[in-house]
Write a protein that binds this ligand. Sequence first.
Ligand code: ADP
Length: 416
Amino acid sequence: MSVVATLKALYPAWLESATNALAQGESTKRSLRQQLERFFELLVKAVETDDPAWLDSVVYLWVWSQTVSDLSSAKTTIVGVLQVLVDVTLRVAREHLTDAEALDMISALTPYWLHVLEYAANQEMRAQLDHATSELERVQRELERLDKSKSDFISVAAHELKTPLTLIEGYTAMLRDVLSTTDAALQMQVEPLLQGIARGSERTREIVDDLIDVSLLDNNMLKLAFQPLWLGQILRSLADELQPALRERRLSLKIHRFPGHDRLIFGDVVRLRQVFRNLLTNAIKYTPDGGRITIDGRLLPGFVEVRVSDTGIGIAPEDQQLIFDKFGRLGDPQTHSSGKIRFKGGGPGLGLAIAKGIVEAHGGSIWVESPGYDEEKCPGSTFHVLLPLREDEPDAEKESLFAKLAAYIKKGEQRS
Ligand code: ADP
């Protein structure tokens, strides 16, 4: 008898045995039987034409529609189901054929089984990969949604806080006016309280303004007012502004006359002051009393680089990217004091995110270098700010070129 004729003769026993091995319950057996009938039909066709690819279509359907793995009580993967079918075929052949016939049939079928198992394994791997990819995409979408709602929340909260804050500031000023016209003793008593309220509302306003800046940056709505400026002048005026804090913390600030400090470039003066103010107040906050802050820089082709270094607690390598994320402050929020210039008096963790947004909006980059975090040894940190040497207001074409170059220089510098 030919292999095809033997196969056909074994069909009823094979179908019965395979259905019983794979399914329980009458209705599942009935549905599975239909699938197995189709499989057997194609197996015969494959042997007849000497082409195992006949089986691909049914296996493909099994893998991608999962009907068979759902029906099967024995195995959950199609490779598993096919292994059961191989076992069933061996068993049925042994029970119904002579040893020689069984051996003939098994060796004739082996290439078909190998082909179909390999095909099923490939397809299942692809299906798993597809599943994993779509799962990843789902998580990504979810993260984007969360980020969007966080940024919406920031924007709403900041605007909501602004109104009562304006009221507090207004009433404080009015109280001061009223008091100045009444008796001096009362004024003496109340003045410190008013100062306290004024300090509190000033700090709150700074936080609210930072929140608004973050939401502007998040929504790509930060508008820069480009005008000619000298970086040296900005840095020197900031040094004057920060003198009281530096004195209080006994810190020295040295600004070197680096190449480029007196070059006239185009940028947003107010926003660049904000960048360097954030870097300098951080240097003050994260450097113990008596430490040193140094500003230096250099000219690079098309750019000026400013470096703000301190002799502070430093930043661990794994945190050196994280700190530029919004709310990217390090350490336990409970241990953060809220003093603006106190040692380790961390704020809400927005300063560097805003600095990064502003520098990048200028077509520059910002990054930090530090040997690591150590409150005892104080290895220090150096923040680098790279800004394009613009000789006029930006135009769109130059913008993307500056952005690409800045990213390139930053990468090269971080590697060296
Ligand atoms: P914060 O309001 O917490 O100061 P920033 O965005 O300005 O927020 O800084 C984020 C975090 O980066 C800080 O909480 C601090 O842990 C770390 N950091 C920033 N500047 C320095 C510095 N000069 N030295 C050490 N750590 C710093």
